[in-house]
Design a protein around this ligand. Sequence first.
Ligand SMILES: [Zn+2]
Length: 75
Amino acid sequence: MRCEVCGCPGVRWLRVSTVARQFRCSSKRVRRLIKRGEIDGVLLGGEWRVDHRSLDDYVSKDSVRFSAPGAAPQW
Ligand SMILES: [Zn+2]
């Protein structure tokens, strides 16, 4: 099941690579968003996971860049 807000799989913690693929950006870019505090993330077994709720918040706040799920944002 896919999330209606960001189009990612409907799980609580998303892999950085999943988010990067969904928004057609690099994993580095996603990790930078976590570090800047734009989205929340946790380190699980040496790998960053993105808090899906914070990603949805981020996406809905930025409706210009994220006009539709799966649309390529101008990152
Ligand atoms: Zn979502």
